[in-house]
Design a protein around this ligand. Structure first.
Ligand SMILES: [Zn+2]
Length: 327
């Protein structure tokens, strides 16, 4: 599968797209659903390239003018809809999609519209979009990418082909980091493990400054969290967490710890523990914490993420979460 060869995992999605390209029979509207970092964008671009590719053999060829223009992000018939800061309002959809779609493609077979973070479309914007996907012109292909399909109206969802991106295996991510990004073995292994199937996250971890040191700092905190004062923990965390993205990464790490605790409590099997070097501390937490407390802690992490997303002050969100962990 030329053109998709650099994209790992999600074989069924790639097969589906490959077939649509070779048979020249794409659907008019797609929803690519999957968490941020799951590979939706890179896959959508390869799909668009395949549909527009002018070569006779396997498409996308990566070498024809069309393929190169898509790679350079300057193809006139592959259009990224731009949003306002908070998302897509009805104007964005009307002006950039509904009007543009009525004009035939300039140079290619298709006119392809790409919408990232489609969950940020207002209801009015989605209703405007509906007008186009209800009766699209023959040449139109609209690709919505989202990490939360539930924010899309049922009327929109029912008119789209939904392709769901799943997590990748840790081994596949590790291999990818080593081969494609020349990441040293030990760092690739750790980054892949903590990314929990999310390639985007793994790349971010593997290429971040001081990922290993940051990880160590969080683990240190988790080991002695019951003895420390929340104020001191926050002061400590502030040295490694400067923004919401770093806070979210730290929360992901803490989630792995408490999932380990929960899993060990339920199975008594040390082999199930991801943070194998921490197993003695995990065992101790499993003994000390009740099932309901562990659930509460895990829910606290989800709440903290929602708060961060909703622009609650970083420190406040972290403080509430830490209080929830402490007994
Ligand atoms: Zn090509």
């Amino acid at each position: 599968m030329n053109g998709f060869s650099g994209i790992i995992g999600n074989e069924l999605i790639k097969e589906h797209m490959y077939k649509a390209i070779q048979e020249d029979k794409p659907y008019h509207a797609y929803i690519l659903q999957g968490e941020t970092g799951a590979g939706k964008k890179i896959t959508a671009v390869a799909f668009a390239a395949g549909l527009q590719c002018t070569c006779d053999g396997e498409r996308p060829c990566e070498y024809c003018v069309s393929c190169r223009q898509i790679k350079a992000n300057c193809h006139t018939d592959v259009i990224w809809i731009e949003k306002e800061k908070s998302g897509y309002g009805v104007e964005e959809i009307r002006n950039q999609l509904n009007q543009a779609v009525s004009m035939k493609p300039y140079t290619s077979k298709y006119k392809i519209f790409l919408i990232t973070e489609a969950e940020t479309m207002t209801e009015a914007a989605q209703n405007a979009l509906l007008k186009t996907i209800e009766e699209p012109p023959e040449y139109a292909v609209i690709i919505l990418m989202t990490n939360n399909i539930n924010n899309l109206l049922p009327t929109v969802r029912s008119r789209c082909m939904t392709l769901e991106f799943g997590p990748l295996t840790t081994a596949a991510i590790e291999e990818y980091l080593i081969k494609q990004h020349k990441i040293p073995d030990y760092l690739a292994k750790t980054s892949a493990m903590f990314a929990q199937g999310n390639l985007g996250k793994a790349i971010r971890y593997a290429t971040a400054e001081n990922f290993i040191q940051k990880k160590e700092k969080i683990l240190q905190m988790l080991r002695k969290i019951q003895q420390m004062k929340v104020f001191n923990i926050i002061t400590d965390l502030k040295t490694i967490i400067k923004n919401k993205e770093e806070a979210s990464d730290a929360i992901d790490l803490m989630i792995i710890w408490y999932r380990d605790v929960l899993l060990f409590k339920a199975t008594n099997d040390v082999n199930q523990i991801l943070l194998s070097e921490e197993y003695l501390n995990i065992l101790e937490d499993a003994k000390r914490l009740s099932y309901s407390k562990i659930e509460e802690i895990l829910q606290g992490f989800e709440k903290a993420k929602i708060r961060l997303h909703a622009n609650v002050n970083l420190e406040v969100a972290m403080e509430l979460m830490l209080l929830n962990i402490k007994e």
